[in-house]
Design a binder for this molecule. Structure first.
Ligand code: UDP
Length: 433
């Protein structure tokens, strides 16, 4: 049965945030620079368009970025596109194929994708100064609203390095309609993409959100105990949607390898069911079967009441945070773990090496065996784990906090409208036409 949906995009209600609150974390100079960049943009109408307001990294970031844009004086809002289940199955295939999976792109899939975008486009209105469209799901909007004013930016959060050629060939003409595109890393920019401007912007976490704000040790312990986890015993934690690229079965193999030497080790895998991710349930079930009722493996999700505060508690209590992805656009969970002073072991893929300095803030691994060995090493050497955690947190503070993300956007806006106040503020921009 198909879900009901209202036509057109839905507005996302946002909490309010104040830039000034971030000064103690990032420093007054960062806030002053943001204020300077925002001066020519006062009152600018900005809209972000994405496919979900809940679950996954994009939603996570927008819940902070947009309130901070408002705090800086811009008139920013967020809408999510609507669509039937069938549309989100197609876009999930698209996501998988763009990350390199060999999948077919049938005429029926193209039709479903375009039809949902037309539905969203007809209810959209002209009049924004900056329109930021996130990821492939709503990418055709620019073409469908070709007459609209404003600067249109496509923000790609995924790793296109090994993109399935058929899917990229389908998507590329839609993307080329934009004035600019933002990618996480230079290597994600396809060579054949013809677009006016490309900006490189790494994603970021919010140090003051309930997921990342400091919590008392007593609170974190109480919360994990509530879910049957013993804070006195070693704990591996991976927070990730249940998705093949996050390698949940590989994580269980790592846990089993560690358990041979550390019998009381526990594993927590937290994976919320995102609204635009129909595969979630299936992979959750597959992971559950693979765990074979091991009482020390805890699979938790939003359906168990896991929200941001609980994620914070588990990451804070972890002995080691894992992000054993096989493909990863960025992996906010890596920065989240490092921010909590944890060594993070991550797959040596995509945006993870951008965040983990191998041997300094954690380890980059290429196999289950390597991951198991590194986890054991950290469990046997708490001092090393501590040092890595301290190093990693400072790295995140300097490079991957929301204020830095905001700065990049403001620079790009200024650049697009020719209001760049000062050459020193030029962000990493290039022309790809
Ligand atoms: N997340 C969460 N609960 C979950 C699973 C994920 O809150 O059960 C959050 C996680 O903390 C992170 C984001 O969702 O902030 C996932 O972003 P990431 O970039 O790691 O991966 P994506 O889901 O975008 O592929």
């Amino acid at each position: 049965m198909q879900e009901m949906h209202t036509p057109g995009m839905q507005n996302v209600v946002l909490a309010s945030k104040s830039l000034a609150d971030y000064a103690p974390v990032v420093g007054d100079d960062v806030i002053a620079e943001i204020e300077q960049l925002a001066r020519p943009l006062q009152g600018a109408r900005v809209i972000h368009i994405s496919s979900t307001a809940y679950g996954g990294g994009v939603a996570e970031m927008l819940h902070t970025l947009i309130p901070l844009m408002r705090s800086a004086g811009l008139d920013a809002e967020w809408r999510v596109i609507s669509g039937y289940d069938e549309f989100f199955s197609v876009t999930k295939s698209m996501h998988n194929a763009l990350q390199g999976m060999a999948l077919e792109l049938t005429p029926a899939m193209r039709a479903t994708y375009l039809h949902a975008n037309v539905d969203n486009a007809v209810y959209f209105e002209d009049g924004f100064d900056y329109v930021i469209v996130h990821d492939p799901q709503p990418a055709p909007l620019r073409m469908l609203r070709a007459g609209d004013s404003g600067h249109w930016i496509w923000r790609c959060h995924i790793d296109l390095t090994a993109a399935n050629p058929a899917y990229w060939a389908f998507l590329r003409p839609f993307v080329q309609m934009y004035d600019a595109a933002i990618f996480t890393m230079p290597s994600y920019v396809k060579k054949d993409l013809k677009i006016g401007k490309v900006a490189i912007v790494p994603p970021a976490i919010d140090p003051l959100s309930p997921k990342n704000a400091p919590m008392s040790v007593a609170d974190t312990r109480r919360i994990v105990q509530l879910y049957g986890v013993n804070p006195e015993q070693p704990l591996l934690v991976q927070v990730s949607r249940f998705d093949p690229w996050k390698d949940p079965l590989g994580v269980i193999d790592v846990y089993r390898g560690v358990k041979r030497e550390v019998p009381d080790v526990q594993l927590v895998m937290i994976g919320s069911m995102a609204h635009d991710d129909p595969e979630g349930m299936e992979y959750y079930q597959r992971t559950k079967d693979y765990a074979e009722n091991d009482p020390n493996i805890h699979l938790l999700s939003n359906l168990d009441g896991i929200g941001n505060v609980e994620v914070n508690a588990f990451q804070s209590v972890a002995t080691v945070v894992l992000q054993k992805s096989l493909r990863e656009g960025f992996g906010l969970t890596v920065a989240e773990g490092l921010w909590k002073h944890k060594p993070v072991i991550g797959g040596n893929v995509g945006g993870i090496p951008l965040q983990i300095e191998d041997g300094k803030s954690g380890f980059l691994v290429n196999s289950i065996e390597e991951c198991t060995d590194r986890a054991l090493q950290l469990m046997h050497d708490p001092q090393l784990a501590h040092q890595m955690g301290v190093y990693g947190r400072e790295e995140v503070r300097q490079k991957f906090l929301s204020t830095s993300n905001l700065r990049h956007y403001l620079r790009l806006f200024n650049d697009l409208s020719g209001t760049m106040a000062d050459e020193r503020h030029a962000t990493v921009l290039s022309s790809h036409r």
